[in-house]
Structure formats: C-alpha cells, structure tokens
Design a protein around this ligand. Structure first.
Ligand SMILES: CC(C)(COP(=O)(O)OP(=O)(O)OC[C@H]1O[C@@H](n2cnc3c(N)ncnc32)[C@H](O)[C@@H]1OP(=O)(O)O)[C@@H](O)C(=O)NCCC(=O)NCCS
Length: 180
C-alpha cells in the first residue's frame, strides 16, 4: 500500500451518500477539470487559482507531492465533489499556512465541508506550521461557522477588499488558528 492509499477516509454524509476523502494525486487531472468547470461563478472568484484553466489544473495536479502544499479532494464515483488546499506562505510568514475549501454546489449542507475542513486542518498541522489562516467574505457564513467550530477566530477584517463578479466590494475576514 502507498502512503497516499493509507490516507483514504470513507465518510458518510448526512443524506447517506458516501465520499472518499484523500490527497489529490497525479491521476486526478480530468476529474479536477470537471470539478472546476461545474463550480458556480461566485466560487471561482474565491479560489486562489483559476479552476477553469487546464494549465492551472495541470499545475495543481503536478504539485500533488509538493513539500509546502497539501491538497485534498472528496471523491464520489470517480467525480471530485470537494477540493481543499493548505499552503505554507513565503518569506517572513513561512511559519503560517493558508487554507482554501470548496464543495460542489450539489453536495453542500450535508457535512462534507466540515469533514474536509477537519482533514485539511490535520494536513496543515502535518506541514509543521505555527499558525493557520483562512480568508473569506464577511457574508460567507458557512465557511465561518465551519472554521470557528474548529477553533479559528476572526483576527482581522480588510474593508472593501474583495470584488464579486458584479464589481460589488465586500469586506474580507481573516480567521486564524494559532497552533503553537
Ligand atoms: C463553505 C462550504 C465549503 C461549506 O460546505 P458544506 O458542505 O455545505 O458544509 P457543511 O455541510 O459541513 O456545513 C457546515 C456548517 O456551515 C453552516 N452553513 C452551511 N451552509 C450554510 C448556508 N448556506 N447558510 C448559513 N450557514 C450555512 C451551517 O452551520 C453548517 O452546519 P449545520 O449544517 O450543522 O448547520 C461551501 O458552502 C462552499 O464551498 N462555499 C463556497 C466556497 C466558500 O465560501 N468557502 C469559504 C471559505 S472556507
């Protein structure tokens, strides 16, 4: 068994569907491309990378074994239905990592976001960082609820810092968890 196979977790969602939560691997290119193509437009703005660009998807998949980066997917019947990443920052914040988390719209409200947040938080600890942050719009209640339950707290607000696809500006929250 490879190390990655050893990290497979089967999770039963509230509606009875079963997903496998596991690290992204090199064979996930087509499935990750399909996941990105199906995301609502608003979610695409939230993501650090352009999930509709085949080049970016290739770069993410190629980085599946990168030292300072952990990427986790939720898979059902070969389809990726959730993606999460944690990446160590550079320079004077190299003791800090930031998290991104997105669940396919048809899979929300069933506990998958919570399960993936726990998995990526564990991966962040595995990176050996002292602090983990997650950014979200002030109005993104779901993300805030999930990470506050894990012990994250709002550490800052950047006013009018994010623009949606209609050009409207929103406050950006930074939630943080201090590991040590
Ligand atoms: C945030 C996101 C990952 C949540 O995924 P999910 O699978 O729906 O999460 P869960 O089912 O585990 O929900 C966790 C909690 O969030 C809250 N929540 C979820 N959806 C919500 C909504 N639409 N409105 C208000 N609260 C909501 C609830 O408290 C919920 O817990 P409960 O169902 O026990 O009441 C998903 O909505 C998403 O991908 N959003 C777009 C990207 C994003 O906003 N990321 C936020 C930064 S982390």
């Amino acid at each position: 068994m490879t190390a990655q196979q050893a990290e497979l977790t089967q999770t039963a969602l509230r509606d009875g569907r079963i997903v496998t939560i596991r690290p992204l691997d090199e064979g996930d290119y087509t499935a990750l491309l399909a996941f990105g193509a199906a995301l609502p437009q608003d979610d695409l703005l939230y993501l650090e990378n352009d999930f509709q660009s085949p080049d970016i998807i290739r770069r993410l998949v190629n980085a599946s074994a990168a030292e300072n980066w952990r990427q986790i997917v939720a898979v059902s019947d070969g389809a990726i239905v959730g993606y999460s990443a944690v990446r160590r920052l550079a320079g004077w914040s190299s003791h800090v990592a930031d998290i991104h988390l997105t669940v396919s719209s048809g899979w929300r409200r069933n506990g998958l976001g919570t399960a993936m947040a726990q998995a990526i938080f564990d991966a962040a600890r595995d990176l050996g960082v002292n602090k983990v942050i997650v950014e979200m719009l002030e109005r993104q209640n779901a993300g805030r609820a999930i990470f506050e339950r894990l012990g994250f707290r709002v550490e800052g607000t950047l006013n009018q810092h994010a623009r949606d696809r209609h050009g409207e500006r929103h406050n950006l929250l930074i939630l943080a968890y201090h590991v040590s």
